[in-house]
Design a protein around this ligand. Structure first.
Ligand code: C2E
Ligand code: CA
Ligand code: CA
Length: 396
């Protein structure tokens, strides 16, 4: 564990760069922003100082003799370093971006990359950006040791899995036109169990049908009473295992009919990998759902390996661009190209494009100029308890 001797009210930057002149320039700019700065040329001394001082910020050159930047990142992660991390390199944007991905995967709190030669303003912007440290949940431990299948089964039976709704904004009309429904579970003893944990558990232990039914019933019931039902839609996630259930389409239809919700108001999201790993049964289910009037959306688009031919064969209405590309839209040229190409692809196929993970106004504006249809993300709203959704709509 790190020694938290440096108070985080004090802005302190530790720089590791084997080129002392570059280190001094970065330091000079940071001092102008009120930082206390220390420069290092040797990785080992730098790492010892990070451990000792727990600085608020760290700037790291990726290319150094003796120890490369990736090794330094690994060592920082071992130290549980939570400093706001800026990566610098003269090796071009691609190298920086893959190092950034490595750093994020290791749970480091990366705030951005600085290609050399750099613009002072970019460095100033990065220094201002000290995002909160990512919360690292011990997911594997949580799912295996604490959250047992029996506990989840009980929670499903007791209808203790509830739902939240995240608004989807039409980028042309600026109106909220829908909401994605997400499952939530707070166990009285354990606390909040993240969806990735309990969804995985439900999948692995054959509970996904029951869980989906519970989510869907609550979703349709809420939607039928919500102001959104007059003009909008709701989206519910279906996991791979649901699609092999040959009665799924009939059950969803019956649930909607019971609440008087027309099928065209319900979007069923399947991930790109589900869409591609389909068996004959799941293709039947997808086709039957569409025939009954439900809309289908391909979720997390860009993370799977779909061919255009496979995509064109599915009766889709919507493509959701994975948030990993959307959150990097402004910082990564590759991400921008992927988002741009996906929006064009959707348009060409007559589909609605949805960008998920929109976290700021700049990204929203970039999506408008790329011609994206809808946006969803924390910048518009976090997922809301359904009881609060209509009040939120009124306020907007
Ligand atoms: P997903 O379907 O991709 O859902 C979107 C996730 O992105 C949600 O995470 C949402 O809270 C999060 N998100 C929304 N806006 C932003 C943003 O601006 N920035 C970032 N970084 N994240 C944002 P959540 O609720 O933790 O759900 C995680 C995953 O669990 C979902 O990913 C989905 O795959 C699964 N899941 C949740 N509820 C259900 C469900 O009822 N059925 C199934 N099959 N899967 C579900
Ligand atoms: Ca989804
Ligand atoms: Ca998604």
């Amino acid at each position: 564990m790190m020694n938290a001797s440096m108070s985080h009210d004090v802005k302190c930057l530790l720089i590791l760069d084997d080129d002392a002149a570059v280190g001094r320039t970065i330091g000079f700019i940071a001092e102008g922003q009120g930082f206390v700065v220390h420069c290092f040329e040797a990785p080992d001394v730098f790492l010892a100082a990070v451990q000792d001082m727990a600085p608020s910020h760290v700037a790291l050159d990726l290319i150094m003799p003796g120890m490369d930047g990736i090794e330094v990142l690994r060592r920082l992660a071992e130290l549980d370093c939570q400093s706001a991390l800026i990566l610098t390199s003269g090796m071009g944007q691609k190298v920086l971006e893959s190092a950034q991905a490595t750093a994020s995967e290791r749970g480091l709190n990366i705030v951005g990359v600085l290609p050399k030669p750099f613009r002072p303003q970019l460095l100033r912007d990065l220094l201002c950006r000290s995002t909160a440290a990512p919360v690292r949940l011990p997911q594997a431990e949580l799912s295996e040791a604490v959250v047992t299948p029996e506990l989840l089964d009980e929670a499903i039976r007791a209808r203790a899995i509830t739902i939240v709704a995240q608004p989807k904004l039409d980028l042309l009309s600026r109106e909220v036109v829908g909401a994605e429904i997400l499952a939530r579970w707070t166990d009285p003893a354990i606390g909040v169990v993240p969806p990735d944990v309990f969804i995985g558990l439900a999948e692995a232990h054959g509970m996904m049908d029951d869980l989906t039914r519970l989510v869907l019933e609550q979703a349709v019931d809420w939607f039928s009473r919500s102001a959104l039902s007059t003009h909008g839609s709701i989206a519910v996630n279906l996991s791979t295992s649901c699609l092999t259930d040959v009665q799924l389409a009939d059950r969803i239809e019956a649930t909607c009919r019971a609440s008087g919700v027309a099928p065209e108001r319900l979007i069923l999201e399947i991930t790109e990998s589900t869409a591609m790993s389909r068996t004959a049964d799941s293709f039947d289910t997808v086709t039957r759902l569409r025939l009954k009037g439900f809309h289908l959306s391909v979720d997390d688009f860009g993370t799977g390996y779909s061919s255009l031919a496979q995509l064109a064969r599915l009766p889709l209405s919507e493509i959701k661009i994975d948030k990993s590309f959307v959150t990097r839209l402004l910082s990564s040229q590759d991400a921008r190209k992927i988002v741009d190409a996906t929006i064009r692809l959707a348009k060409g196929m007559g589909l609605v494009s949805v960008a998920e993970g929109v976290e700021d106004e700049e990204t929203l504006q970039a999506l408008v100029s790329l011609g994206c249809s809808l946006a969803q993300g924390y910048h518009i709203s976090r997922p809301l308890p359904v009881a609060d959704f209509d009040r939120w709509l009124d306020l907007g």
